[in-house]
Design a protein around this ligand. Structure first.
Ligand SMILES: [Zn+2]
Length: 396
């Protein structure tokens, strides 16, 4: 009995450490994770077939084959993939689910396996780790980054970003939170669902146990410095955001609108009936923005605009005095796996405190008449050949 009660202290090896090995299958697995990040893929599929194993990535809801692995490597590679993502190798053929984190790559994966006719198939759903997100990595212009950094340092008020699903607005807000000292401030988020995990925040999921409105009502009593509301969808949320921003808290949130001014007006409409004047509304906002994601052109195959023979676009570029514009090559190349683009970047049209204060509300104009100026936000990225001129013109 005594002999068996020895305590073995094992040094825990992290997955990041395991990934540092230069063994061929480890290198391949790491390359796939990195490609998924570069391509902004939502999922990785390792699919054993009769003659080979397909490595497929899901980008913009569509799968494409990133790589094919010869049959003789299938078992070795699948086993290594399991070892590198904490999937028990001894349970081959079973239906299993779990998670693995790679902090050095800034991602976390939720994996699911099932035994197929050949080997186990593994599917990884990728999510970003909040703590590794950095504002400076989001490709915003220096002016935009500086404006965002000024905004997050206010002690109270509201920061609001609008944009559709997949516009990157949640990533921007999480990156912004990493700009403040999270060790000495309390940040509470209410999200449905929690898309990005960050252990330095208190993240409250909205679900059947807790409604958005009950969560928000409780928010100010939890002694927060910063509140993060996933989205302002209704009057109740707008009311809580407004009172939070007015009572010494900084409130970050998103709203469904098409432009920065549109966001303020939408917010104002939601507050209708609260008897709050235009100047009171303006007083509480520190930063409002509209965000879009654009495809990042493949540097190997994008086409100079003049060669595209798209007369309308060529004239448009002349009219707007844009130099060196390029467009996406729809057939792509080997480098971009025929997608024409690799990953995404965000553009943002914003109003900072000064511009918000100088804005005059006009009751003549409707919400839809205020348009975001995505062209100006994207111009330097067009001229650097990073984004497709056509795509920018189309989102206007
Ligand atoms: Zn290409």
């Amino acid at each position: 009995m005594k002999e068996n009660s020895k305590i073995i202290i094992e040094k825990r090896v992290t997955l990041d450490e395991r990934l540092r090995s230069t063994a061929p299958y480890t290198l391949l697995f790491k390359e796939i994770l990195k490609a998924a990040i570069d391509f902004d893929a939502s999922d990785i599929h390792l699919e054993p077939k009769k003659e080979k194993t397909l490595i497929r990535l899901r980008v913009d809801k569509m799968l494409f084959t990133y790589k094919e692995i010869e049959k003789k490597h299938t078992q070795g590679f699948i086993n290594e993939a399991k070892r590198l993502s904490n999937i028990p190798i001894s349970k081959r053929g079973k239906a299993l689910n779990g998670e693995a984190s790679y902090p050095e790559l800034g991602i976390k994966v939720r994996w699911a396996t099932i035994g197929t006719k050949f080997e186990d198939m593994i599917v990884y759903r990728i999510s970003k780790l909040g703590i590794s997100l950095q504002l400076d990595k989001l490709n915003f212009s220096k002016e935009t980054s500086d404006a965002l950094k000024r905004a997050i340092n206010f002690k109270n008020g509201i920061i609001l970003i609008s944009g559709g699903t997949g516009s990157g607005k949640t990533t921007t807000l999480h990156s912004l939170l990493n700009e403040i000292d999270l060790d000495s401030l309390k940040v509470i988020s209410f999200e449905d669902p929690i898309e990005i995990e960050n252990d330095k925040l208190v993240q409250v999921p909205i679900n059947e146990k807790l409604s958005f409105s009950d969560g928000l009502k409780q928010a100010k009593r939890l002694d927060p410095d910063v509140l993060f509301f996933g989205e302002i969808r209704d009057s109740e949320a707008a009311k809580e955001a407004y009172s939070g921003g007015q009572s010494g808290h900084l409130v970050l949130s998103t709203i469904h609108a098409n432009s920065p001014i549109g966001s303020i007006l939408k917010f104002k409409n939601l507050l209708n009936g609260q008897n709050i004047s235009n100047s009171e509304i303006k007083e509480v906002f520190k930063f409002v923005a509209a965000q879009r994601l654009l495809r990042k052109l493949c540097p190997s195959c994008s086409i100079p605009l003049e060669e595209s023979k798209e007369e309308f676009l060529i004239q448009e570029a002349e009219k707007r005095k844009v130099k060196n514009a390029r467009v996406l090559n729809a057939s792509g190349c080997e480098h971009c796996k025929n997608l024409g683009s690799i990953g995404k970047l965000s553009i943002i049209d914003y109003l900072d405190l000064e511009k918000i204060q100088s804005f005059e509300f006009s009751s003549e104009k409707s919400l839809h008449e205020y348009k975001a100026d995505f062209f100006s936000a994207a111009q330097s990225k067009i001229e650097d050949g990073l984004v497709c001129f056509k795509e920018v013109i189309e989102i206007e």
